[in-house]
Design a protein around this ligand. Structure first.
Ligand code: OOG
Ligand code: MG
Length: 262
């Protein structure tokens, strides 16, 4: 760690403050170029502690920057991990209020729900599939607290990987019933297809993103408990949304999930 605890706290304040007040900010590495990965996750952890202390439950985990499309869009090369609290969940078909967000974008993702604990190191696609209860379509709403989504990896980790809202729904499916590499997805905005892809866009197999998360947590002495919802990362580039937009994600064999921006 390169930053002291006062600086970690001040940066958590600054980033969560931006989220709560719908304000953007410059990336924190501009002011703290020396910060390292442990500092970045320590700031994210401090934001999580603040939310939990206010009575919010953590209801899911996420992997991000797991597809080449996303890495290219953001100019980075490594996946990152974050969390979702209960206030991030939008009911399937429900409304997402733009007044609570800065500059949201939507991402088509495959959501996993685990049935047994996943503990690294050494997790791989096989252990993830064995521990998965079901998979389902999920749309993540990202809302970077950084001006114009301009960040580097440590800044985005500190900002809890731009997590803001999500919806899951459709037809939950047993992993034995689907080839997650070839499963096709269509993201629609107001009835028009705006992004297409297949599961393999995420690290060759979306379960690889879950394995990476488990192995990452193991380095911190943590695991993925049974019954955890995890978003495996955007399959395509993220798509901007505006008031009035209806967004639907269709995943082959898994039905669809949708949300409306008001
Ligand atoms: C960071 C969040 C990335 C994903 O699915 O790739 C992410 C960002 O692109 O702003 O959630
Ligand atoms: Mg995402």
């Amino acid at each position: 760690m390169k930053l002291d605890i006062q600086t970690i706290n001040a940066l958590a304040d600054r980033l969560e403050g931006c989220q709560l007040k719908q304000q953007d900010t410059t990336k924190i590495t501009d002011d703290h170029p020396e910060m390292d990965w442990d500092d970045a996750y320590a700031i994210q952890d401090e934001i999580r502690h603040r939310k939990v202390a206010r009575g919010l439950r953590v209801i899911g985990l996420k992997a991000g920057l797991t597809s080449h499309a996303k890495m290219k869009q953001m100019g980075v090369t490594t996946p990152v991990f974050g969390f979702m609290t209960e206030d991030y969940a939008v009911p399937d078909g429900g409304e997402c209020k733009l007044s609570e967000l800065i500059h949201p974008k939507v991402e088509p993702e495959i959501a996993f729900v685990t049935k047994t604990e996943l503990r690294g190191p050494g997790c791989h696609i096989g252990t993830v599939l064995a521990a998965t209860d079901f998979v389902m379509p999920g749309i993540e709403v990202i809302d970077s607290r950084y001006r114009d989504f301009k960040f580097d990896l440590k800044s985005v980790v500190a900002d809890n990987t731009a997590a803001a809202r999500f919806v899951v729904g459709g037809q939950p499916m047993d992993v034995s019933g689907v080839d997650l590499r070839t499963v096709g997805i269509v993201l629609e905005k107001n009835g028009s297809p705006v992004a297409f892809g297949a599961g393999a866009a995420v690290l060759g197999h979306p379960a690889a993103a879950i394995a990476m998360l488990a192995n990452h947590l193991a380095e911190r002495g943590e695991c993925i408990p049974a019954g955890t919802l995890i978003l495996s990362g955007g399959i395509t580039e993220a798509v901007s949304v505006q008031a009035g937009d209806n967004v639907t994600l269709r995943v082959q064999g898994m039905g669809s999930t949708s949300m409306r921006f008001i």
